[in-house]
Design a protein around this ligand. Structure first.
Ligand SMILES: [Zn+2]
Length: 323
């Protein structure tokens, strides 16, 4: 038996150690990590390490792109080479784009699964036609008092041979090339992070202008499956900055998943910055009724199993009767 789902939310606490997913840039040879101010459940302000939602959205888009290629989902020429301009970089499609916005949006939804799911602002050809993302991530925020950032000293060693050192120094002087010895400081952060994610599965293939679906139920189901898989992969494999030498240690993942069968009832999403967010989320889902349901998970394995059950069982609900 399949479950019709219009929206699904994930609220989780992840233990991430020695990661550097969120570098802001550098000052001199000092790379800065991102710090934000938040108001805690203890009614005080806290300055904590954080990773922007843009980073998670980008990671999820990358996982979706890989799955779409493997599963034969349609991708526009821009997305087929993971160009950040997406369908705006598909010159053939842009020149054949329908003149009216409702038809252009239908054509976009049919042409590219990634633009359908991740959203895009169509600006090519002088247009300004938005497709709102089906996936939403919040900032990944360090839980106050449970996260630390430190800066670590690194050295890029120069050649020891005198002749080579002299050649490097002259190249540096003439061309400003980055040869020779260099020292730099790079941050790493460890602790408990709060993550939130919301999926509007009912909007896959949905034309927000005409309020109808541009895709068959079968195609929407295929995209929903790839979307749920890509979100699972995002939590389990946090690609990001500095991965070559500072791949994050994912030590634990706890949280709660909620889902709702209709656009009229939200899948509740409470912040894991709250101490008792798992129990409170389950209470809210129960109190909402309307078919809203929840499942808590207390380990990485349980998270993977909970999402796997959704992947195997979910069909995207219709927001409106398909005409
Ligand atoms: Zn695309």
């Amino acid at each position: 038996m399949s479950t019709q789902i219009a929206s699904l939310s994930i609220s989780a606490r992840a233990i991430l150690d020695m990661h550097s997913l969120n570098n802001e840039g550098g000052e001199g040879n000092q790379i800065q990590t991102r710090m934000v101010d938040i108001y805690g459940a203890d009614e005080r302000m806290h300055n904590v390490n954080a990773i922007s939602g843009d980073m998670l959205k980008h990671i999820q888009a990358q996982h979706f792109f890989e799955l779409a290629r493997a599963q034969g989902l349609p991708l526009c020429a821009g997305c087929a080479r993971f160009d950040a301009n997406r369908i705006n970089a598909d010159n053939a499609w842009v020149s054949a784009m329908p003149a009216k916005d409702p038809e252009a949006l239908d054509a976009l939804l049919r042409h590219c699964a990634l633009d359908d799911v991740a959203g895009i602002l169509m600006t090519a050809g002088g247009r300004s036609l938005p497709r709102k993302s089906v996936v939403e991530f919040g900032w990944v925020v360090g839980v106050p008092t449970l996260v630390e950032s430190n800066s670590y000293f690194h050295v890029k060693y120069a050649q020891r041979d005198q002749e080579r050192r002299a050649a490097d120094a002259s190249a540096r002087e003439k061309e400003g090339s980055n040869l020779g010895q260099a020292i730099f400081h790079r941050p790493a952060s460890s602790g408990v992070y709060a993550i939130i994610c919301h999926l509007e599965l009912g909007r896959i293939g949905y034309n927000d202008i005409t309020q109808t679906y541009a895709l068959s139920e079968e195609e929407r189901h295929r995209r929903a499956t790839a979307l749920l898989q890509s979100v699972t992969h995002t939590f389990l494999e946090l690609n990001g900055a500095m991965r070559a030498t500072q791949t994050p240690h994912l030590v634990d993942l706890k949280g709660v998943v909620t889902w709702s069968p209709s656009g009229a009832t939200p899948a509740p999403l409470l912040s894991p910055l709250m101490e008792d967010y798992q129990a409170e989320t389950a209470r809210v889902a129960h109190a909402l009724g309307g078919g809203a349901a929840s499942a808590t998970f207390d380990s990485l394995g349980a998270f993977a199993e909970t999402l796997r059950a959704r992947v195997d069982d979910t069909i995207p609900a219709n927001l409106v009767p398909v005409r």
